[in-house]
Ligand binder design. Structure first.
Ligand code: GLN
Length: 201
């Protein structure tokens, strides 16, 4: 099965490495495409939008037309895992700092605070219980947080200090932290299992 990782900027190779590890553990045959064009999403059974710089990634998504294709595939219930900058990009609205990020994709009806935990030097790690996934060590780097959810299908998976840092809507998961910077495959296994269940697009 084909998994596309949006590879315009940010931590895409780290996602590829952890996906390989997760697919071995699940004994699933997974072909990873580092997607840079619309065509790279053809017949993908799942899409990962990595962390990085949300302004840069969002601008490149628009330039390549990948933004429209992702919205189209999300409507078909293709699983999407969006981490950190990815969480910002798939939200429907954001705080003043998100103005620079440009129009968001709106895959989940929610509002984000772009740098909810401060700057790079305020990066931290925390053990979290993620609903439906399990316990994991989460790494936060200039992390966003969700301040408001308007989507009736969206579910909060976990919080840090009252701040919402993981949300799921059907096959779409948005995380404020970076699972790909750890060795823990729980999130990637959830994603691969969802992709395996999804009919071809
Ligand atoms: N807050 C950053 C941004 O707005 C995202 C940080 C990250 O992906 N590590 O782009």
């Amino acid at each position: 099965m084909k998994i596309a990782i949006i590879s315009l900027q940010g931590a895409f190779t780290e996602h590829a490495d952890l996906l390989k590890k997760a697919s071995k553990q699940l004994n699933l045959n997974c072909a990873i495409t580092l997607a840079k064009t619309k065509k790279d999403l053809d017949s993908a059974k799942g899409i990962i939008i990595p962390g990085g710089e949300s302004t840069t990634i969002n601008k490149l998504l628009k330039e390549t037309g990948l933004d429209k294709e992702i919205i189209h595939l999300a409507k078909k219930d293709i699983p999407i895992l969006a981490t950190c900058a990815g969480m910002i990009i798939i939200s429907s609205s954001g705080d003043a700092q998100c103005k620079k990020t440009g129009k968001l994709l709106g895959l989940i009806g929610m509002t984000v605070n772009r740098n909810a935990f401060g700057t790079q030097k305020h990066s931290f790690e925390k053990e979290l219980d993620v609903k439906g996934i399990g316990r994991l060590n989460a790494i936060f780097i200039r992390a966003p947080a969700v301040t408001k959810i308007d989507d009736p299908d969206a579910q909060i998976l976990t919080r840090v200090d009252e701040k919402i840092v993981a949300v799921k809507k059907k096959n779409i998961m948005a995380l404020a932290f970076h699972p790909e910077l750890t060795e823990n495959t729980l999130i990637h296994k959830w994603f691969l299992k969802s992709a395996a269940k999804t009919p071809d697009n």
